[in-house]
Design a protein around this ligand. Structure first.
Ligand SMILES: CC(C)(COP(=O)(O)OP(=O)(O)OC[C@H]1O[C@@H](n2cnc3c(N)ncnc32)[C@H](O)[C@@H]1OP(=O)(O)O)[C@@H](O)C(=O)NCCC(=O)NCCS
Length: 145
């Protein structure tokens, strides 16, 4: 059935062989009166999803220093099941840059998948003093793969 929510929107699949960092369903309180989910709510979830691989790579606390890019390509609706995939794309001395992609399963049907958002954020490893901290060497980390 064609509804305003699914007309002429490119369909895709959830990325194969990857685990989402987060899966969450927005509630009516996360949306405006038209049922479209607030961008700020999506940004908060993206920030949490991106912080998870950054925290693992930093082996400790991180702070978000920058949102480098953020694209709301398709609207998100109440009841969409959102999957947030996050991948580290760059590592510096203290910073970790993460790409986050968000897919919506509309109407709770996995066959009806739309990529809704793509963002890139940078996190900085911080110490107990909240100052930047050198990232630990990769070989000192326990693998989560
Ligand atoms: C995060 C924080 C501790 C970093 O301290 P800072 O003195 O500003 O950081 P520096 O200038 O030393 O830069 C640290 C790293 O961030 C990178 N960075 C700085 N500005 C950046 C920007 N605009 N975009 C991307 N990366 C940036 C630097 O290149 C550096 O990376 P590297 O060590 O890998 O080369 C500090 O900025 C801070 O506390 N900010 C507030 C964080 C916050 O409240 N976030 C929201 C809630 S988590």
């Amino acid at each position: 059935m064609t509804t305003p929510q699914n007309a002429a929107v490119p369909r895709t699949r959830l990325p194969e062989g990857k685990m989402p960092e987060l899966r969450v369903m927005p509630a009516p309180s996360d949306a405006n009166v038209y049922g479209d989910v607030f961008g700020g709510w999506i940004m908060a979830q993206v920030d949490v999803a991106g912080s998870l691989p950054a925290t693992r790579r930093a082996n400790g606390r991180v702070a978000t220093i920058a949102v480098n890019s953020f694209l709301f390509k398709q609207p998100v609706f109440v009841g969409d099941l959102l999957s947030f995939y996050a991948e580290i794309v760059k590592v510096g001395n203290t910073s970790i840059t993460v790409c986050v992609e968000v897919y919506a399963e509309r109407n709770r049907l996995q066959a009806d998948v739309v990529k809704v958002t793509e963002a890139q954020l940078t996190y900085v490893a911080t110490g107990p003093d909240r100052k930047p901290r050198q990232l630990p060497p990769l070989d000192s980390l326990i693998s989560h793969e």
